[in-house]
Design a protein around this ligand. Structure first.
Ligand SMILES: Nc1ncnc2c1ncn2[C@@H]1O[C@H](COP(=O)(O)OP(=O)(O)OP(=O)(O)O)[C@@H](O)[C@H]1O
Ligand SMILES: [Mg+2]
Length: 282
């Protein structure tokens, strides 16, 4: 089983400490990275992509440094801000990416066809990239990351702009790939991570503040998540408000360790509850 280890990583941009004392280990499967804006998610992915290097600490793939052509040849990477060459046709662009990634010539065309099919982009193979919609371009970004059958796949907010049907398709594809690949994806859509991740990292101000399997994180809130009719006026002091529904009747979902009140109905926790609790408590 391949492993990717981050050991005591510190990364600063000038005076800003983006990551501090960050240690974690990854193996095959999907790791979902969650965190508020500026928490350090993209910095982790950029470090794993070798685009930037840590100020302190080590990153090792199967025990060896990642700053090698070998590791880079195993990588697929979708950056958070993905720009395309608008004048190129989709198929030509993927051929260009395949050439950059040194994909074996005879396998390029079948690989492009498979990838276009996987991302539901076959009808646009001959379209210029500038003519594609935002969600289609995002899928082109995912496609270019997959073109060399990567062993380490880094996806920074891949589901941004994908419609609900494409999100399902993407999640199914990723689950298939994760059997023989280390997949790390960041997202602000907590339910996407809950549906597909084997493990989850919650980042807070450059530190890994919480990690575990989806099940174990959710279980940690068993018996503390409630809904009640009405507004938030009479909630206990320790309550974390997870959701407020205004229609058809006002209702609040919240987390609390206080003594249960007759008007509260206990509900099954989910990953969004975990997220809201972690970032509510300082
Ligand atoms: N190139 C840069 N120069 C200076 N500071 C940076 C740079 N990139 C990131 N930072 C800072 O590092 C910290 C972590 O940023 P990062 O982009 O990793 O966050 P993020 O979790 O990906 O946020 P988001 O959810 O908004 O994408 C932030 O404080 C950010 O302002
Ligand atoms: Mg980011």
């Amino acid at each position: 089983m391949d492993t990717l280890v981050l050991d005591g990583i510190k990364k600063c941009y000038g005076q800003t400490i983006a990551l501090d004392g960050f240690s974690a280990t990854l193996t095959h499967g999907i790791c979902g990275v969650l965190g508020e804006n500026g928490a350090g998610k993209s910095t982790v992915l950029n470090l794993l992509s070798t685009l930037i290097q840590p100020d302190q600490g080590m990153i090792l793939y199967n025990g060896s440094t990642i700053y090698t052509r070998y590791y880079q040849s195993l990588l697929g990477y979708l950056p958070q801000h993905f720009g395309v060459y608008g004048h190129m046709k989709l198929q030509d662009y993927l051929r260009y990416v395949a050439a950059l990634k040194n994909v074996d010539g005879s396998t390029i065309d079948p690989m492009i066809q498979t990838t276009l099919n996987d991302l539901d982009l076959l009808p646009y193979a001959d379209s210029k990239l500038k003519t594609l919609s935002g969600g289609m371009r995002q899928r082109v970004g995912i496609a270019q990351a997959l073109i060399n059958s990567p062993k380490v796949l880094l996806l920074d907010e891949p589901t941004v702009g994908l419609d609900p049907r494409q999100r399902i398709r993407f999640k199914t594809l990723l689950s298939r790939l994760a059997n023989h690949c280390i997949v790390i994806l960041s997202s602000h859509i907590v339910s996407d991570i809950e549906d597909i991740a084997d493990t989850v990292w919650l980042l807070k101000k450059g530190k890994l503040c919480c990690e575990g399997t989806v099940e174990s994180l959710i279980k940690s809130l068993d018996g503390t998540v409630y809904v009640k009719d009405g507004d938030t006026m009479d909630l206990p002091l320790d309550a974390t408000i997870v959701n407020i529904r205004l229609k058809p009747i006002p209702m609040v979902r919240f987390i609390s360790n206080a003594l249960v009140q007759p008007s509260w109905r206990m509900v099954r926790p989910d990953l969004n509850d975990v997220y809201m609790r972690v970032y509510d408590v300082d």
